[in-house]
Design a protein around this ligand. Structure first.
Ligand code: ADP
Ligand code: YYY
Length: 597
């Protein structure tokens, strides 16, 4: 598309909006524009081709008599088209021969003729570069790009009467860059914030703005929420039981996705009925519904000052993991309860005697196991590949399992606290009403508790063994898309040795080293699950309030490095293991309860 330079000269500057309107109506695109004040030196430079001609001085004086609007216009045949729209050089003549032209409408005579346009492609290139140099200077926002500029080459020029102070080309350019920067990085969010502010008229508008901007920051460096740890494992593996222990000792808040969904079922809404049917059938509720509920609960816990939130039973599908990262935050790590089906089945049947749950019966249990193997185990593979899984042997007695978990949380909290202490934050954030103090004393106590790391027989990836027969490659990609579930084939991502779900664009990489398990081609890993972009709108509908408040303390560090491979209870993956085997080892004899065929 051809481009040309157009100027609205000082005599027509006051009517520049009318000029621009006509420009746009004539089908031009204004690619760039800048309002500026020429200096005599710059004007002479611009009209260098007229050097030595008698009218040059007058022309330069006129061009410096006020501000001009410089524009880059584009259109097919833009150079000729703009010159036609400008009309003849002499405005007086233009009024009789081209009465609708710019010069006829906005100019006075041959010199004060309202507009300029390049007369050839070479001139257009030169003039565009003159006003819009390709290598722009970085704006000095601190000094204010729009402030008065020293005149070029020390030349003193009288500013036009009532005209703003003259600016050098560098500062004009800097102002344009600053404007662009603000428009791309801030204006949208800030405008939204101000609109909400005006609606809500809060007593403390500054605090309100701070909250809003943190929540809707499109370029977040950290999460505004309390730390999040995912608690995952098969049904009946003990997630709820152990979460209660963590809450007791570490002051975290337990948020169970299943409980939230069951509460929703109780509401008897249409959505609640749909959720109820899905739970009974062992199906997974669409991610945007669960994430909407989880987000509210996480915000509530954050506001109450919880140092962390245990998100129990989520994500249950790989695409939900990416969706959660995008819509809420990145988890610190995933605590995975490794437990064979037989053990879980016994526990669930026992629990079913008193739980009153519609799904604690053998028919639903079998369906839940199938769903877990096919859809939720790939989530573990996904996080294992990132080195962020803390795998627990969940077959042991409750106290033993908890000792291992306690050690993990103690270490994670200590690492986090050290990191927080080393930060040179100017001041601690103000205490929040109702915040619980961090249970340092409890931490110190639990840190002394013995760990059973050396006890017991090896607890190797039991679930992984048990579930191996069902974990075919590409299991996620090949799964049928059940009605009401949100993972279309296009959104599916092969797991393990193939592709991983897209990294949430907003999130930084975890600190734990990641060595790709076999091959994860970069180009395919960039493919976004469709759900990531498709569902946020729904979620907004579910979760409209701008309620989250800033996190009460600095984000803690990512989890500590995984314990040694010999550890029998905490089966964290290591990069060498991952590289060697997303496929399961053959020694499944170690599994006390092989999966029924
Ligand atoms: N380590 C354990 N050993 C024996 N029974 C357990 C253990 N952990 C949990 N249970 C029991 O198993 C059942 C399921 O545990 P729960 O914590 O509700 O599992 P989940 O939340 O993973 O579905 C409960 O009745 C619980 O008391
Ligand atoms: N993220 C989640 C969590 C639970 N659900 C549904 C499907 C699950 O079978 C039920 C019960 O989940 P819950 O975590 O309470 O229980 P289990 O760990 O399966 O014993 O809720 C879901 O669809 N999505």
């Amino acid at each position: 598309m051809e481009q040309t330079l157009a100027l609205v000269k000082p005599d027509a500057f006051a009517r520049k909006d009318e000029v621009v309107l006509k420009v746009v109506s004539a089908g031009f695109t204004v690619e760039k524009s800048a309002e500026l004040q020429l200096t005599p030196a710059r004007a002479a430079q611009f009209y260098a081709e007229h050097a030595g001609k008698p009218f040059l001085d007058d022309l330069c004086n006129f061009m410096c008599s006020g501000r001009v609007l410089a524009m880059v216009l584009s259109k097919e045949g833009a150079i000729k088209a703009w010159r036609e729209l400008m009309g003849p050089t002499d405005s007086v003549a233009a009024r009789s021969t081209a009465p609708d032209s710019m010069r006829a409408l906005f100019g006075t005579d041959k010199q004060k003729n309202a507009c300029h346009g390049s007369d050839s492609p070479e001139a257009a290139a030169r003039e565009i570069a003159f006003f819009f140099p390709p290598s722009g200077e970085i704006p000095d926002l601190a000094t204010g790009a729009a402030q008065a500029a020293p005149m070029e080459g020390g030349a003193a020029a009288e500013p036009a009467a009532n005209a703003p102070p003259a600016r050098s080309e560098g500062q004009v350019r800097a102002a344009a860059l600053a404007k662009e920067y603000l428009e791309t990085k801030l204006t949208g969010t800030l405008t939204g914030a101000l609109a909400e502010l005006a609606k809500d008229t809060p007593a403390d508008p500054i605090a309100y703005l701070v909250d809003y901007l943190r929540k809707f920051n499109p370029h977040p460096q950290g999460s505004p929420y309390a730390k999040i740890v995912f608690v995952l494992g098969g049904p009946g593996s003990g997630k709820g039981t152990q979460s209660a222990n963590i809450v007791r000792d570490f002051g975290w808040t337990h948020v169970s996705a299943g409980d939230l969904l069951r509460d929703e079922v109780q509401s008897k809404s249409t959505q609640g009925k749909m959720i109820g049917d899905m739970i009974k059938n062992g199906q997974i509720v669409p991610g945007h519904i669960t994430i909407g509920l989880l987000k509210k609960a996480i915000v509530k816990a954050t506001d109450a000052g919880a140092p962390g939130v245990l998100v129990d039973g989520f994500p249950r599908k790989v695409d939900q993991a990416g969706m959660f990262e995008k819509m809420v935050a990145k988890a610190e790590f995933t605590l995975f309860f490794d437990c064979p089906e037989k053990v879980m089945e016994e526990r669930l049947l026992e629990r079913g005697k008193t739980s009153g749950r519609s799904d604690d019966n053998i028919k639903s249990i079998k369906k839940r196991f199938k769903t877990f193997v096919e859809q939720s185990m790939p989530v573990i593979d996904y996080y294992e590949a990132k080195g962020s899984v803390r795998r627990i042997n969940a077959t042991k007695p409750v106290d033993e399992v908890y000792r291992t978990i306690n050690a993990i949380f103690t270490e994670a909290m200590q690492v986090g606290n050290e990191k927080a202490a080393s930060l040179t934050a100017p001041a601690a954030p103000p205490a929040r009403a109702g915040s619980k103090p961090k249970p340092q004393a409890q931490l110190a106590e639990v840190a002394k508790m013995p760990s059973n790391k050396s006890e017991g027989e090896a607890g190797p990836a039991l679930t992984r063994h048990v579930f191996s027969t069902a974990l075919a490659p590409n299991v996620v990609a090949e799964q049928p898309s059940a009605e009401g579930q949100e993972m279309p084939a296009s959104a599916a991502v092969p797991v393990g040795s193939e592709t991983l779900p897209v990294e949430a664009a907003v999130a930084p990489e975890p600190a734990a080293p990641y060595v790709a398990p076999v091959v994860a081609p970069a180009e395919t890993s960039l493919e976004a699950p469709a759900e990531l972009s498709a569902e946020p709108a729904d979620d907004q509908a579910l979760d409209p309030e701008p309620e989250p408040k800033p996190k009460p303390e600095p984000a803690l560090a990512p989890p500590p490095p995984p314990p040694p491979a010999s550890d029998s209870d905490v089966l964290s993956p290591r990069s060498d293991q991952l590289q060697a085997a997303p496929e399961l080892p053959e020694d499944s004899a170690q599994s006390p309860t092989p999966m029924p065929a």
